[in-house]
Ligand binder design. Structure first.
Ligand code: ZN
Length: 82
């Protein structure tokens, strides 16, 4: 008779959207990127806060249609304004 068997643990600490195969560093970075993406930013042309990323590296202001190619996750508006 075998005793002590059948003690299996099911690790299900999966983060929403990301699998467990990604390390903690990647998850941390994902969180930072996510916050950066949803941060309100000002259009360098007209100052509208609706300036947002329409595609990876492409940012667009729907108000004045100012379009700029910048970083995939953030846009350096300070650099653009100077
Ligand atoms: Zn604008």
């Amino acid at each position: 008779m075998v005793s002590g068997a059948g003690k299996r643990r099911k690790g299900s600490t999966t983060l929403k959207g990301l699998g467990i195969k990604y390390g903690a560093t990647v998850r941390k970075r994902y969180g930072k990127v996510h916050r950066t993406l949803h941060k309100k930013r000002r259009c360098p042309s007209c100052g509208s806060l609706r300036f947002s990323r329409i595609a990876s590296g492409i940012w667009l202001c729907p108000k004045c249609e100012f379009k700029v190619a910048s970083g995939a996750y953030d846009v350096d508006t300070e650099k653009l304004q100077s």
